[in-house]
Ligand binder design. Structure first.
Ligand code: FES
Length: 168
C-alpha cells in the first residue's frame, strides 16, 4: 500500500515539476522575446525581431527594460529611439513613484501601475496618478539594427541634455 502511495506521490510530483517547467517556459517566452547578448554589463538587443505594439522585456543590470515598437497610430515622441526609420519606446520598467513594474495594455496604448494607479503613455510619460516623472530611459547606443544598453551614444546624450530623461 505504501509503495502505491509512494508511486502516486512521485507521479504527482512529476506532474507538478512539468507544470512548473511549462510555466517558466511560457514566462520566458513572454518576457524575453528579442534575441540578445549580455556581456560585461552591456546588453545588445536585435530590434529587427520586435513586433509592433508588443511589449518586449529585457533585463539590464537587474532592471526590467521595456521595449515597444510603435505602430502608425501611436504618437511619435522625442523620447523615441529611432532605428532604421522605426520608432521604439525604450524605458526602465520601474514606476517612478515607488518602483512597481507597470503593465502594458496594448488595447489602450498605455502602461498602468497596479500599485497606486499610475499611468504612462507610449512615450513613457506619466499621465495620471502619483508618478512624479516619466519612466527613465537607460543609457543606450544604436549599432546597426541593434541597441546596446549600458553605453551612452549620441542619441541618449541628446535626450539627457534636453531633460527628456535623467541619468540612471
Ligand atoms: S508605484 Fe506605481 S503608482 Fe505607486
Amino acid at each position: 500500500m505504501s509503495s502505491r502511495r509512494d508511486f502516486m506521490g512521485m507521479a504527482l510530483g512529476g506532474f507538478a515539476a512539468l507544470g512548473g517547467i511549462a510555466a517558466l517556459y511560457a514566462a520566458k517566452r513572454t518576457w524575453d522575446p528579442l534575441p540578445s547578448v549580455k556581456a560585461g554589463g552591456f546588453t545588445t538587443i536585435d530590434l529587427s525581431a520586435a513586433k509592433e505594439n508588443e511589449l518586449a522585456v529585457e533585463k539590464w543590470r537587474g532592471k526590467p527594460i521595456f521595449i515597444l515598437k510603435k505602430n502608425a497610430s501611436m504618437p511619435k515622441s522625442d523620447r523615441d529611439v529611432v532605428v532604421g526609420g522605426n520608432h521604439y519606446l525604450v524605458v526602465i520598467g520601474s514606476c517612478t513613484h515607488l518602483g512597481c513594474i507597470p503593465a502594458y495594455l496594448p488595447g489602450d496604448l498605455m502602461f498602468k501601475c497596479a500599485c497606486h494607479g499610475g499611468e504612462f503613455n507610449t512615450a513613457g510619460v506619466n499621465t495620471f496618478g502619483p508618478p512624479p516623472r516619466p519612466l527613465d530611459i537607460p543609457p543606450f547606443k544604436i549599432s546597426g539594427t541593434s541597441l546596446v544598453l549600458g553605453e551612452s551614444g549620441p542619441e541618449y546624450e541628446k535626450m539627457l541634455a534636453a531633460g527628456l530623461t535623467q541619468s540612471v
